[in-house]
Design a protein around this ligand. Structure first.
Ligand code: SER
Length: 314
């Protein structure tokens, strides 16, 4: 990775990944793109171009203009929004990915795109979910993610594009809010803890999902992309996770730092149904063995930092 084009650079992951990559590889070597510009640091601190990922020509021309050798394709709809607008989700998630892969093929560039725990489904083993297992998701988002993993592997096998991916769990950060995901509750809860000392969860108690703090997720992306290609048995995509909890456990962790913090429930059937179709906890052994995946933040360490940073921010 020396000159990197990022799509969806102003989204949940991109807002932070762009800045981290600029620190490591140099500001001018990281080209942020998104469908709209805003005044965030990711948009203002270095090269930025408007790119609609459903427009192949625009993506390829932008990549050529900057002579990139890496494409990081982040633009996508998250699970709950995709479920509400399935046709739009298919067109954006699959059309955008295909264009990202075509751009990488044309420029002979390395390629990264995130997959998700959403790629698993109701018939997947729920606990310690293996790297290689049944993948029959019941959501449009999951269908997109499984098809996307296969497509990225296909580009590697057929065209020798160096494609790599991670199955991310819910990602938690104080910087950019996620939008339209099922795991968003685990971000909202910290904002509400700081603002109001309480939170009403749309996900029910007893619903376990994997999660990870954003700094660990960014390191995982960079470590995977820098890993020796010869050591990769898998490519698209690796299970990664740092913790698994339900709403009661994250609430208990918050209560250690916010005395009297209380959680109540008003379950959203649509998002609960999505959560129920996903694993309780996934196994990241393949990522550890093939490229040394590691993480630093467990639930309490993340909680402490999230609350400190949000108190400063809000
Ligand atoms: N955070 C994502 C979502 O909830 C999971 O990949 O949609």
């Amino acid at each position: 990775m020396k000159r990197i084009l990022i799509t969806g650079a102003l989204g949940q992951i991109g807002s932070e990944l762009t800045l981290k990559l600029r620190d490591i590889y140099g500001t001018d070597n990281v080209i942020a793109t998104d469908i709209k510009k805003n005044d965030s640091e990711a948009a203002e601190s270095g090269p930025f171009e408007l790119v609609d990922v459903t427009n192949l020509n625009q993506m390829v021309e932008t990549a050529k203009k900057y002579k990139v050798d890496t494409v990081m394709h982040l633009a996508a709809l998250l699970s709950a929004t995709a479920e509400a607008k399935p046709v739009f989700a298919w067109n954006l998630n699959m059309g955008g990915l295909l264009n990202g892969l075509e751009t990488a093929r044309e420029l002979n560039a390395q390629f990264f795109t995130p997959s998700s725990i959403g790629a698993f489904g109701p018939s997947t083993p729920k606990d310690n979910t293996p790297q290689d297992t049944i993948m029959r998701p019941s959501t449009m988002y999951g269908v997109n993610k499984v098809a996307g993993e296969l497509l990225a592997d296909y580009y590697h096998q057929k065209y020798a594009v160096d494609t790599r991916g991670l199955r991310f769990p819910g990602l938690i950060s104080y910087v950019a809010l996620p939008g339209g995901g099922t795991t968003d509750y685990a971000v909202e809860i910290y904002y509400e803890a700081v603002k109001n000392g309480q939170y009403t969860s749309y996900i029910d108690k007893g619903t376990y999902m994997d999660m990870m703090y954003m700094p660990d997720a960014l390191n995982a992306i960079i470590d995977l992309m820098e890993a020796d290609s010869a050591k990769l048995i898998h490519r698209n995509s690796f299970n990664v996770t740092a913790m698994s909890f339900d709403p009661e456990e994250i609430a208990s962790s918050i209560a250690k730092y916010v005395p009297g913090f209380e959680i109540s429930y008003n379950v959203d059937p649509a998002r609960q149904k999505i959560a129920d179709s996903w694993p309780n906890s996934i196994d990241a052994t393949a990522a550890k063995e093939e490229w040394g995946f590691k993480f630093e933040y467990d639930l309490d360490r993340m909680t402490k930092e999230m609350l400190e940073k949000l108190r400063q921010k809000l």
